[in-house]
Write a protein that binds this ligand. Structure first.
Ligand SMILES: Cc1cc2nc3c(=O)[nH]c(=O)nc-3n(C[C@H](O)[C@H](O)[C@H](O)COP(=O)(O)O)c2cc1C
Length: 334
């Protein structure tokens, strides 16, 4: 668990953060992203009702091993008292900090008042955050959107200040409205506006797909950190690319053939060890197309991998991948 001061020191490094991603940002993927430069990782959201009922799936998401230290736990729910109670349970897992999801737009969650549903009643959201902050010792952060939509003047600027006033330690802003879901373009200017009215760290999120995007998002908004979701699923190397460009002004080359194949193997092996063969292979598939993207014969490789349910079979297919010939090594070269 970080103190508020330690968290500030961490945010002074302009962290590149792995977003909370349901069914993706589990311990296996967090470990990979950390290896490739993610400063902080956030767990997938944990349902407070499941947690309070003692549901195994929810409880398992709180297991943080010692090599998973800079990980925050995210919780979601619609009832302030239940969120506060669940926060106490999450605190025992000793995460870096605790994040409250006030940004999930999915109707079955937001429609019940959880996630982005809180944006329909900003006063209730602030009161809920205050209750959670007062219940635990660890820093509490909020991840939200710029508004419910389609307000012309987004509530986020005033809301950011009010959340800071009740002790929220940092704010992550997915720069879309709830009604936008993942459509349209994230408008980072709202992160800049929110950043200007608070002194707590603000993390900008939405549509950061490259090192250049990350630097532009940080420069344009003055935010302390950048959070990356979808691009990391297909390209976890983005974290080292961001670190290199933000810290050293060096744009890294894309990963090599060997690195791409190695990551496919590493992720498959780790997921099979964690989940058993069939499930482990299946959950890794959503990543493999991205890992192989741009490689010679990628589509064919992906199709073969998508129909193979064994680890051994997948490793064999990857072993047969054709390494690109160096220039001048063509059989037709003079
Ligand atoms: C598959 C998937 C799962 C997600 N799960 C969560 C979640 O559990 N908690 C959350 O706050 N946001 C969740 N999000 C939203 C992301 O954290 C992030 O805010 C959003 O994707 C925008 O960032 P990006 O453009 O970098 O992807 C999810 C997004 C995706 C695509």
């Amino acid at each position: 668990m970080a103190t508020h001061q330690e968290l500030r020191a961490l945010f002074a490094q302009k962290p590149a953060i792995l977003a909370p991603l349901e069914d993706v940002s589990d311990d296996v993927f967090r470990r990979l992203c950390r290896k490739y430069g993610a400063t902080i990782c956030v767990t997938e959201f944990v349902n407070v009702e499941g947690l309070l009922r003692g549901c195994t799936k929810a409880r398992r998401k709180l297991n943080l091993s010692t090599d998973d230290a800079l990980t925050a736990i995210q919780i979601y729910g619609a009832d302030p008292g239940r969120l506060a109670e669940a926060a106490e349970i999450a605190e025992e897992a000793n995460p870096l900090y605790l994040d409250i999801n006030c940004g999930c737009w999915v109707p079955k969650i937001a429609g019940r008042g959880a996630g982005a549903g809180w944006l329909r009643d900003p006063a209730a959201m602030v009161a809920m955050a205050k209750m959670v902050v007062e219940r635990v010792k660890l820093p509490v952060t909020v991840k939200t959107r710029i508004g419910w939509g389609p307000e012309s003047d987004m509530p986020i600027v005033e809301l950011a200040k009010r959340l800071e006033d009740v002790g929220v330690a940092a704010l992550t802003l997915h720069c879309r409205t709830a009604q936008m879901g993942h459509s349209g373009k994230a408008d980072w200017s709202w992160a800049k506006k929110a950043r200007e009215v608070v002194s707590i760290p603000v993390i900008v999120n939405g549509d950061v797909k490259s090192a250049e995007d990350a630097r532009r998002a940080l420069d344009e908004t003055g935010c302390e950190g950048v959070m990356i979701g979808r691009r990391a699923i297909e390209h976890p190397w983005i974290f080292r690319e961001v670190r290199s460009y933000v810290d050293k002004d060096v744009l890294l080359e894309m990963p090599t053939f060997d690195e791409r194949i190695e990551l496919c193997k590493e992720h498959l092996i780790a997921n099979v060890a964690a989940r058993g063969e069939v499930h482990g292979v299946r959950v890794t598939r959503r990543h493999l197309a991205g890992y192989l993207s741009g490689m010679h014969g990628a589509a064919q490789l992906r199709n073969r991998l998508n129909t193979c349910d064994t680890l051994e079979g997948c490793l064999e297919i990857l072993g047969e991948a054709q390494r690109p010939r160096p220039l001048g090594d063509s059989p037709h070269a003079a």
